[in-house]
Each structure stands twice: as structure tokens, then as C-alpha cells.
Design a binder for this molecule. Structure first.
Ligand SMILES: Cc1cc2nc3c(=O)[nH]c(=O)nc-3n(C[C@H](O)[C@H](O)[C@H](O)COP(=O)(O)OP(=O)(O)OC[C@H]3O[C@@H](n4cnc5c(N)ncnc54)[C@H](O)[C@@H]3O)c2cc1C
Length: 438
């Protein structure tokens, strides 16, 4: 690609976001140069010179223009501006038809792709804004069956991607913006304007754990900071742990973590907990046992530590009027440092279902996708024929890798049965039957 702009990426060792950034350009078949700044001070100085003093990695330059890190590069991707900068834009709709399209390349989407590929349904997977899903945020998955020594999240996901590709799945970068269920095949539009059509769609788009956007968060996620106590609690045995939140999830996680922690602290920004009385009672029992301490009207504003050493301490603010971060100028707001070995955000998840608006699929009050569930086949069907759901986007309760994988395989089997029915109907001149069955 000789007229392609020059793409340069400053990287460092053990940098998940550097790998994600390189994968984004790889998915576009764009050539780039990488400069590893690990232990290379002159490269780091060069980066600071070019990036207006910034030394964070990854750092992308396109034709000498500083683009920024993963977040900025991905933001350009979502609007289609990255393709424009790379000279890859196509002003017409790029339409390709597939029997099956899968939204998401987390463990649910990839499990579905492995099964769908083996059923010759030529699945096309759209990666979304978190290629590989939430497991790419964790360094050690210790409870996925088949790996007695544990496996890193990115390695597990890369293995599954290779397995899915081996069976004929294709993965492309992009975010599904909308699914038009009035047309059959479904018309699936990405945020960059590209359009695909598909006879069946599996929504495997997960539920994103909410975070606070505070300093230290990006660097320490997966290195002492976690959004999943069930997954990561056991790694910090004997440490003091901080749970942030005041709802059911925070109470449940704090109670769970007492199995491993020296002391579990709960930081909640208000006086009253939102959690159900059941969970509050459980927590108070643990408080009486000396296992949990509650810090009300307290918020965390910064995390300190390193990827090598994990979380060292946090900066907290406290004000008895509540919501202390809204009162930072109040002389009664007390800021202090607090030593902990691990921090768990338990401030909820947001299911990624916006792109299904208008399709007619049923969502619950929180936005989770409703499927048939129950016994026998068809458990992953939504109430729109041909649209299936799998993984955390459906399952707000279990939210585990192995359960998401299981649902992904079920969705692929359900979709295969649907596609076979569609095929039979079409060969007997009844192409509209399945769609009209809604
Ligand atoms: C820090 C952390 C550690 C964890 N550790 C463990 C563990 O050790 N063991 C365990 O069992 N579980 C663990 N979990 C939970 C586990 O990661 C999840 O249950 C699992 O990833 C859910 O898989 P999923 O495929 O349903 O969703 P996700 O992994 O969330 O994947 C969702 C996918 O959908 C994509 N997407 C979103 N919106 C769109 C869109 N509009 N268009 C296209 N694609 C879209 C995303 O980019 C992503 O690829 C952990 C979770 C976290 C956060």
C-alpha cells in the first residue's frame, strides 16, 4: 500500500492497550512501524518531543500527526475518521451478505463463532469497542475449565480467535450501530457507515462494568484493580481490600471477599446503602465479626501503584454531607491516603444493547436482553425470530467466562436450526415463513 500514510506506534512491553492498538491496524491491513520504549530513554524522549510532552504508550502518529493512545485512536475508529485519515474510506455502503453475523468478540461471541463455523454458517464477527471482550482486562483466569495452571485472559481469547478462524469465521473491526429487523435479511449498520446483511444475528455484546474514570484506573485495571470479585478476589489473599459501591453487587462482593481479605473496606459515597436489606444485614454481621469496615460518605479519587507491584494505596475523600467529590472545595472535605492491596469497583454494569433499539427484541428494565431460557432447544432466541442473545448481555446474574461460553455455543446451535428452517422454507418457496413467525 504505497500511498498509505505513515503510521508509527510507540509501544512498551506488557502493554495490553498497545496490543489492542496494533490489532486495530492489523485488522485494516495497514502497515505500521513500532518503537518499543521499554528501557530506551532516547525513544522515550523522542516520543515526548513529538507528543507535546506526553510519554504514555501506546502513542500513535499518522503522517507525523500525534493521534494519541488506544482511547483516542478507537474514538476516531468509531466515527469512521480513522479510515478517512488512513485513506480507506469508501463513500458507498460496503455490503456483504452472511448467513450469520455476531456482534462481539468476547468469549460468548467467539464460542458461538467456533460452533457456527463448524456448521458452515460462515460467521462474521464485529469486534466492537473492546476486541476480545472483558477477559482481555485480566491477567489470570484461574477458573476456566481445562487450564489447571490458569491462563491469561488475552491468551485464552487469542486461542479462541484462532480456533474460530480455523473453522471459517471472519472478524472485523467495527461497532454495530443498528439492526434493521424490518428487512429480511437483517440490515446491520456499523458506526462507520458500513452495512452488512445477515439471515441471523447473535447479540453477544456483553455488559460493560462501570468505572470511575479516575487517575490510575487505566494503568492498574487487571493489576490490583478489578471489576469482578468472584474472578480476582483469590489473587489477593491476606491483603486489605477496598470495595467501591453501595448497591447489592457491592455488598455481595464485599461479603464474598471476606473469604480472602485481611479486612474488606467498603467506600460508599452516601450515608445510606442502596442495597436490599438482606445484603445490608449480611454486611453488618461481617462488620460485627471484624471482617468488614464501612466508610460512608467516602469516595476514591486516585489509585496509586504500578503494573509490577499492583495497587499500593488509594486517595480517598470524605465529607459527612455525602458525595464528597462534589464538595472538594468544602473545608470539611477530608482527603487522605489509605493503604490497600486490591480495589474492586462494584458500581454496576451497562448492557451493550443500544444497537438493538427498534428491532422489537425485549429488554428488561436495566437494558439486558431477554431470551426464551427454559429447557430444550431455542433457549437463546429473543422474541424476534433470527435474533439470538448470549453471554453477559443476557445473563446479569452469573456473568462468568464459562457461562458466557456455554450460552455462545447454545446461540450458535439455535441459530443453525433457525437457518436450516429458513433454508428449507426458501427451497419450498416459503421464504417469508420464518420472518412472519415473530
Ligand atoms: C477484570 C475482569 C476479570 C474477570 N475475570 C474472570 C475470570 O477470571 N473468570 C471468569 O469466569 N470470568 C471473569 N470475568 C468475567 C468475564 O470476563 C465475563 O463474564 C465474560 O467476558 C463475558 O463474556 P461476553 O462475551 O458475554 O461479553 P464481553 O467479554 O463483555 O464481550 C463483549 C463483546 O461485545 C463487543 N461489543 C459491545 N458492543 C458492541 C457493538 N455495539 N457492536 C459490536 N460489538 C460490540 C465488545 O467489543 C466485546 O468484544 C472477568 C471480568 C472482568 C471485568
Amino acid at each position: 500500500m504505497s500511498d498509505q500514510p505513515r503510521v508509527e506506534i510507540y509501544t512498551k512491553a506488557d502493554c495490553t492497550y498497545c496490543e489492542k492498538t496494533e490489532a486495530l491496524f492489523d485488522s485494516k491491513d495497514v502497515e505500521y512501524e513500532t518503537y518499543d520504549v521499554t528501557d530506551d530513554d532516547s525513544r522515550l524522549e523522542e516520543l515526548a518531543d513529538r507528543a507535546d510532552g506526553q510519554e504514555t504508550t501506546p502513542h500513535v502518529f499518522i503522517d507525523d500527526e500525534p493521534i494519541g493512545g488506544w482511547e483516542e485512536t478507537n474514538a476516531l475508529e468509531e466515527t469512521g475518521d480513522l479510515d478517512a485519515k488512513l485513506g480507506l474510506t469508501d463513500d458507498g455502503d460496503v455490503i456483504e451478505h452472511r448467513p450469520l453475523l455476531i456482534a462481539g468478540t468476547g468469549i460468548a461471541g467467539l464460542s458461538a463463532a467456533i460452533y457456527a463455523g463448524r456448521s458452515n454458517n460462515e460467521p462474521l464477527l464485529i469486534e466492537g469497542d473492546e476486541p476480545g471482550g472483558q477477559l482481555t482486562l485480566t491477567t489470570d483466569v484461574a477458573n476456566y475449565p481445562g487450564f489447571p495452571e490458569g491462563i491469561s485472559g488475552p491468551e485464552l481469547i487469542n486461542n479462541m480467535k484462532a480456533q474460530a478462524s480455523k473453522f471459517g469465521a471472519d472478524l472485523i473491526n467495527g461497532i454495530v450501530d443498528s439492526v434493521d429487523a424490518d428487512s429480511r435479511p437483517f440490515r446491520v449498520e456499523l458506526t462507520n457507515g458500513d452495512v452488512y446483511t445477515a439471515d441471523a444475528v447473535i447479540a453477544a455484546s456483553g455488559a460493560s462494568a462501570r468505572t470511575l474514570g479516575i487517575p490510575g484506573e487505566d494503568e492498574l485495571m487487571g493489576y490490583g484493580l478489578s471489576t469482578c470479585a468472584t474472578c480476582d478476589g483469590a489473587f489477593f489473599r491476606g491483603e486489605d481490600m477496598l470495595v467501591v459501591g453501595g448497591g447489592d453487587a457491592a455488598m455481595e462482593e464485599a461479603t464474598f471477599l471476606t473469604k480472602f481479605a485481611d479486612t474488606v473496606y467498603i467506600a460508599h459515597r452516601r450515608e445510606e446503602f442502596r442495597a436490599e436489606d438482606y445484603w445490608i444485614d449480611r454486611v453488618h454481621e461481617k462488620v460485627e465479626d471484624g471482617d468488614i469496615e464501612i466508610m460512608k460518605n467516602t469516595e476514591v479519587i486516585e489509585l496509586h501503584g504500578s503494573q509490577e507491584e499492583g495497587v499500593d494505596y488509594v486517595t480517598l475523600v470524605e465529607n459527612e454531607k455525602g458525595h464528597p467529590t462534589d464538595r472538594l472545595d468544602d473545608p470539611e472535605t477530608n482527603e487522605f491516603e489509605f493503604d490497600v492491596g486490591a480495589v474492586f469497583f462494584a458500581i454496576g454494569h451497562t448492557p451493550n444493547t443500544d444497537y438493538l433499539a427498534g428491532t422489537g427484541v425485549e429488554l428488561d428494565d436495566e437494558g439486558y436482553l431477554r431470551t426464551q431460557g427454559g429447557d430444550g432447544g431455542g433457549q437463546t432466541e429473543t422474541d424476534v425470530a433470527g435474533i439470538f442473545g448470549a453471554g453477559d448481555v443476557v445473563d446479569f446474574h452469573y456473568q462468568q467466562a464459562v457461562t458466557a461460553a456455554g450460552m455462545g455455543s447454545k446461540a450458535a446451535i439455535d441459530a443453525d436450526e433457525y437457518l436450516e428452517d429458513l433454508d428449507r422454507a426458501s427451497s419450498t418457496g416459503e421464504a417469508e415463513v420464518a420472518a412472519a413467525d415473530d
